[in-house]
Structures are given as structure tokens and as C-alpha cells.
Design a protein around this ligand. Sequence first.
Ligand SMILES: Cc1cc2nc3c(=O)[nH]c(=O)nc-3n(C[C@H](O)[C@H](O)[C@H](O)COP(=O)(O)O)c2cc1C
Length: 261
Amino acid sequence: MSELLWDFSEKAEDKARIYRFYHINSKHSPRTQSFQAPKVNYSKVLQEESGYPVVAKVPYLEEITDNGYTLYQSLMERRTSWKFQRAAMTDEEIIRFLLYSFGISDKGQNTKTYPSGGRMYPVEIFLIPNTKINESSQIFHSDKVYRYNVFSREIEVVAEGEISKLDSLTSSTQIGTMSFADTQFLICLVGNFMQINEKYHSLTYRLIQMELGHIGQNIMLTAAMMKLNTVPLGGFFEDRVNQYLHIDGIKKQTLYVFALG
Ligand SMILES: Cc1cc2nc3c(=O)[nH]c(=O)nc-3n(C[C@H](O)[C@H](O)[C@H](O)COP(=O)(O)O)c2cc1C
């Protein structure tokens, strides 16, 4: 039997108001700070060794020259659009895209083009390149799931991909007229909750959402600079995306997806 897409027996009203319960119970207060947050050395970020094979390493931002494109142009040209018509990105463009969106802009401090609460960077960047890019890129050369590691600057191979399944990952593509067929790649922003939970307790979820917004805007403005269209997607089927990325959906969860093309 095929999976039920709409289930009207669910109590939609109750579900829709969960935000109130969550919000009220996750407020920051003097108590959160003094009683909950343990005194540990947070500058030592808990970064697990990934062990994934590495296909490329992204340089520091200061090691490349800017192309003179202005913020004004980017703000004017940023738009959500499903028209993915650009020719395949070159590897130089892929690197530039990753650098502007997520790269390290201060080599000494390891700080990046987006801010992060406590400088702990709990958002992981998963990339799913599509056929167009697989055919021409030395970096994204096959149907796999990749991760840009924001700490090591390495592009890692996480798992096998299954491009034919991409259109089943979001509601826009499954029941609408939209398709990911002509995209360059999908970007899945994954929250690694354990990375900041010990320090931030009930603020964890809020802080990760704020960081996602910063990263998302970088993605869209950088894409505009490269004459690429983007779609920010809230309507993705999280369990399917988590499964595609080979993440557990508990300690790590997909929180935001972008199509780029
Ligand atoms: C959090 C968020 C979730 C979104 N989810 C979807 C989505 O699932 N599908 C889609 O086609 N567009 C989605 N959009 C894009 C909006 O429809 C779009 O930003 C809006 O129409 C304004 O257009 P603009 O981005 O071109 O200014 C989303 C945007 C945001 C900020």
C-alpha cells in the first residue's frame, strides 16, 4: 500500500499550537544562565572525527579574490524561483559558492561568513548534487551525498545517493508541477543538537533556527551573485530527507532545504 500523504484524522488544531508550549518553556532567563549552563571550556568545540573520504578542501576566503559583485546587486536579484536553467557550475564556482555561503573569513579565529551562538557551529551542510553537475565536476562526480565540513573545510563523501528519488523529498515536487530535475544541487541544513545542548539547554533549538536563517540568506545572496536560482524549502518530508542523508533524525535532524540551479 502506498504511504498516506494526507491524514485528516490527525488533530491539526492541537498540532498547530505546539509552538506556544515550546516557546514558553524555552525562554532564556537569569535562571537558565546561572543554574543550567555548566561551567566548561566551550572554546573547545566537540567535533566528532567523521572518517568520511575527502574529495576536496575549500580554501580560506582571504585566499581568493572577490569578483566585484555588490551586495546591492545581490539583494536586488535574490528571488525564489523554480527555473533551474543555468549550465553546470564549474568546480571553481562550486568552491566559491561554498566559500561565500559557509566559508572561513577569519583564519586565526576560524570564524565564518555567518554567525553562530558561542561560536560552536551546530549546523552541518549536506549537499546532493544532481546529474548535470555529476557529469562535469571532479568534486561532485557521482550520485552521492556529500558534506561540507565547516570545521575542516573538507568536502566529504557521506553515502550513496539516489537521484531518481529527489522529487519525492518535498511536497512541492511530489504533488505539484515543480521538479528538481534541472537543479545543480540540493543543500540540506542539518542541526547537530548534541553539539550545543550541554551549554545551551532549552535554548538549543532556538539558537539553531537563528543560525539557519543566517546561513540561508548567505546561500540565496551568493546564488544570486552566480546567476543561479534558489528555492528555500520548508515543505520537505523530513523523515525521507533524513533517510536519504543517512542521519538518525534524533541527534541530527534536517531543518531547512535549498534547491539551487
Ligand atoms: C522558511 C521558508 C520556507 C519556504 N518553503 C517553501 C516551499 O516549501 N516551497 C516553495 O516553493 N517555496 C518555499 N518558500 C519560498 C517562498 O514562497 C518565497 O520566499 C516567497 O514567495 C517570497 O518570494 P521571494 O523569496 O522571491 O522574495 C519558503 C520560504 C521560506 C522563508
